[in-house]
Write a protein that binds this ligand. Structure first.
Ligand code: SKM
Length: 276
């Protein structure tokens, strides 16, 4: 069976190597290919893949929102987040849209030492773009005690995006940012040397708690960026590769309708240069 990833651009994607490694380990004859799909062709590409008997596809930038309207059914998290990164072509249900970015983030985070999610009380998420919405949703869904500070240049209306979690979201401007938290997640270009002038770089990480973790989903993370600062303070940190790995694992589990063995997860991690 065929699988793939649609994006524009797409040449940089590590998903083909990652999923290919899983199929090899599982002894499956499936194929996973990258496809350059421009926005105007998204619907035709999805219908075409379904007609050709693909099992499913991943969607990456810039297709995750546009795909919502093309899906026949949406999984609850995809509807909440307002974005789809995994399509499953189901003979009865049609095109089913899922979002595995959030659960992928949470699974990656669990690999870093620190308090378990159900004990997490305070987190800061920098940025309000597509990736951050999936992360905010998954964190609030998995960490019932969590109060989350969501930092954006335009914080107005952020909490209302998640009616079921609105009372646990504190929309915050960059100017009012306070970092007394157990988890700092960066989904912006903060830390990149060429970031815009109004981004506060470097951030002052001193206020993070002693058990705090830092995740910078930009990858490869810049040498002088947040992860380097975290490392200098002895705090555990990770870049975006664990999230990439685990969103792929969860997508593949949806397509194959079974849990992946650790050998397959490890092979997928090796294919992108990390430990799974
Ligand atoms: O959500 C993922 C997507 O499933 C695949 C991907 C990639 O291949 O680079 C990146 C993320 O957007």
């Amino acid at each position: 069976q065929a699988f793939g990833v649609f994006g524009d651009p797409i040449a940089h994607s590590r998903s083909p190597a990652m999923h290919g490694a899983a199929f090899a380990t599982l002894g499956l004859p499936h194929r996973y290919l990258p496809f350059h799909v421009v926005p105007g062709q998204l619907e035709a590409a999805i219908r075409g893949a379904a007609a050709l008997g693909f099992g499913g596809v991943n969607l990456t930038v810039p297709h995750k929102r546009a795909a919502l309207a093309i899906c026949d059914q949406l999984a609850p998290e995809a509807a909440r987040v307002g974005a789809v990164n995994t399509l499953r072509f189901d003979p009865e249900l049609g095109v089913v849209g899922h979002n595995t970015d959030g659960v992928g983030f949470v699974a990656g985070l669990a690999q870093l030492p620190g308090p378990p999610l159900d004990q997490l009380r305070r987190a800061v998420v920098l940025g309000s773009g597509g990736a951050s919405r999936a992360i905010v949703d998954a964190l609030l869904a998995h960490a019932p005690q969590l109060e989350l500070r969501w930092v954006s240049r335009r914080p107005e209306g952020l909490a209302e995006r998640f009616p079921s979690f609105a009372d646990r979201i504190q929309p915050t401007s960059w100017a009012a940012l306070e970092l007394d938290a157990q988890l700092l997640v960066n989904t912006t270009i903060v830390g990149l040397a060429e970031g815009p002038a109004d981004f506060p770089v470097p951030l002052e990480l001193d206020a993070l708690t002693a058990d705090a973790r830092v995740v910078d989903i930009v990858y490869p993370a810049p040498e002088h960026g947040l992860l380097a600062q975290a490392r200098a303070r002895g705090l555990p940190g990770q870049d975006g590769l664990p999230m990439l790995l685990w969103q792929g694992v969860r997508a593949l589990e949806l397509w194959l309708q079974r849990e992946l063995p650790t050998t397959a997860v490890a092979a997928m991690g090796r294919a992108i240069g990390i430990q799974g």
